[in-house]
Design a protein around this ligand. Structure first.
Ligand SMILES: [Zn+2]
Length: 550
């Protein structure tokens, strides 16, 4: 922290001052009621038990959205659309009545095997499943198709009318970040569908599962959401879908001359997995109820000052939704989502405040608190399908998902670091604050495609997202891993966890400088010409060797 340069923006001074005061008056950095940075007061409000976890489509989310809209109003942030700050996002919510559903394996020889909903599997709710389906199963490895890497799990496979079974992971033969892209649900399904599949069964890779199966299924009684939008056809044609508990996977390989243990070991190493027809069919009966639900993105704009550049936009996003009220863990059923992602929304509010305080950025900056991220990145998907300004005028997207100031900020993981001209800018800005940037150290977790930036990337917009970094082998790494295993997507991601307010202030300073840099720089950000994501670009790309120079 002492490597910070003396010249810090006003926001930083006040935040750090607040943090210093609190450190002086409170014996440890444990978050205390009364902690008085503005950033923390937003986190406290949004992650309070009163807002009950801000689940998409609930009254709780609506109140959280009203909080953000009121904050925009207080800050003098302008609205962009005709409906004020709200962009209405229509959803369908599906509830599965598990007591009336059945999923049965029908081996070629021997008696039917009934799978248990919950213990063995969960049905997907993102697509409208058929009430009754019966189809042969075919195992397709990772279900990955990547022609540029000359990798194709579906080659030679007859998938017509069949249900594809795959390990939700990626082969190391496909380099990052292509490996992340080919695992995006819509991307995978597009290939399976084109090959004739009518359904899919995914088996999590035990080596990269973030939490045990119990965590995957604990909230399955809650409705699952999908966009109710004709423009969205991503999962069209998927008549059956489920996720299988890896601990129950052996049943499926019955009589196939393959075992799950061997396949899981290959998946752990990212090696190619054999593909084969499975000697069984699957029969399912699904009872689901669908209701229509509305939610909203909360979007404002800080107009730029430059007569020409002000018609271009930097998009700053953070998802506002979290998991709501669910299965109790240690007697607590409110999934507050303090880090995930009240912390990110608090950051975009603080950045909006600083930008409004001036000087005004040259380009305009859109701030968007998004809905439906936890349900499947739907708020950003909807925005990408229905942008409130022409997409061609959005020059960059910066997404804030989990600030995680539970350890001091020394390293910042930057997703997309090597992909566009934004990467070197982020590194330079962070270095100015004494913070080093890192590439994603765990690309197999696919975080680059697992938050809202990905819908903007697919629309061609150079984007960055961030995570708390660490020096391998340090206590910080331990603390961050512990968060992921114990608190991430659990009720204990709440206000009762140690927060390093100085780390949060520094994080916000860096992002503010990066937003300012992006908004003020004459050249628009560009994808590097050798970036995998350049294919989505509507603008010419940049030469990576030139972009690498400051
Ligand atoms: Zn989350």
């Amino acid at each position: 922290m002492n490597r910070r340069l003396p010249a810090v923006p006003r926001l930083a001074v006040s935040l750090v001052a607040a943090a210093l005061v609190s450190h002086a008056t409170i014996s440890c950095s444990q978050a205390q009621p009364g902690e008085d940075s503005r950033w923390w007061s937003h986190v406290r409000a949004l992650a309070s038990d009163d807002l009950r976890g801000r689940r998409t489509g609930t009254e709780d989310f609506r109140r959280a959205a009203a909080y953000v809209a009121a904050a925009y109003r207080d800050l003098g942030v302008d609205s962009l659309g005709p409906a004020g700050y709200y962009q209405d996002v229509p959803f369908v919510a599906r509830t599965v009545d598990e007591s009336r559903c059945s999923v049965t394996l029908l081996p070629e020889e021997g008696s039917p095997i009934a799978l248990r909903l919950g213990d063995d599997l969960t049905l997907i709710k993102s697509a409208p499943l058929d009430r009754d389906v019966e189809a042969p199963l075919v195992f397709v490895g990772y279900a990955v198709v990547a022609p540029e890497a000359k990798y194709d799990d579906l080659e030679w496979q007859d998938l017509k009318g069949k249900i594809a079974v795959y390990v939700s992971s990626g082969p190391k033969a496909v380099p990052d970040p292509m490996r992340a892209h080919v695992q995006f649900a819509a991307e995978r399904w597009a290939h399976l569908r084109a090959a004739g599949a009518i359904g899919a069964i995914s088996i999590p890779n035990p080596a990269t599962m973030e939490a045990g199966w119990a965590r995957y299924i604990q909230n399955r009684a809650q409705p699952g959401m999908a966009l109710d939008d004709k423009a969205d056809k991503e999962l069209a044609g998927q008549r059956f879908g489920m996720r299988l508990n890896p601990a129950s996977a052996d049943t499926l390989f019955h009589d196939s001359q393959h075992t799950w243990a061997v396949i899981a070991a290959l998946a752990k190493r990212g090696e190619q997995i054999p593909t084969f027809d499975m000697p069984m069919r699957l029969k399912a009966h699904v009872e689901a109820k669908t209701t229509r639900v509305r939610s909203s993105n909360v979007i404002g704009v800080i107009h730029g000052s430059d007569p020409t550049l002000r018609d271009e936009y930097v998009l700053l996003t953070a998802h506002l939704d979290h998991l709501g009220v669910g299965a109790p863990v240690d007697g607590d059923s409110i999934y507050n989502g303090a880090m995930d992602n009240a912390s990110g929304v608090a950051t975009i509010l603080e950045l909006a405040r600083a930008l409004r305080q001036g000087p005004a950025p040259k380009r305009s900056v859109i701030v968007a608190a998004l809905t439906g991220e936890e349900e499947g990145l739907y708020g950003s998907r909807y925005f990408a399908l229905h942008p409130l300004v022409p997409m061609s005028r959005i020059v960059a997207e910066i997404n804030v998902d989990m600030v995680l100031p539970i350890v001091p900020l020394t390293h910042m993981i930057v997703f997309g670091l090597g992909e566009s001209s934004l990467g070197p800018r982020a590194t330079e800005v962070a270095q100015r604050h004494g913070v080093a940037t890192q590439k994603d150290p765990e690309p197999q977790r696919n975080l680059f495609i697992r938050s809202d930036q990905y819908n903007l990337i697919r629309a061609g917009i150079p984007s960055l997202a961030f995570a708390k970094g660490f020096e391998p082998g340090t206590p910080a790494e331990e603390r961050l891993k512990e968060f992921r295993h114990k608190r991430y997507h659990a009720p204990s991601d709440d206000l009762d966890q140690p927060v390093d307010h100085q780390a949060a202030a520094l994080w916000n300073d860096i992002l503010l400088d990066l937003v300012r840099d992006t908004a003020d720089r004459a050249e628009k950000p560009r994808w590097n010409s050798d970036s995998f994501f350049a294919r989505f670009a509507k603008e010419p790309t940049t030469n990576p060797s030139r972009a690498a120079r400051p």
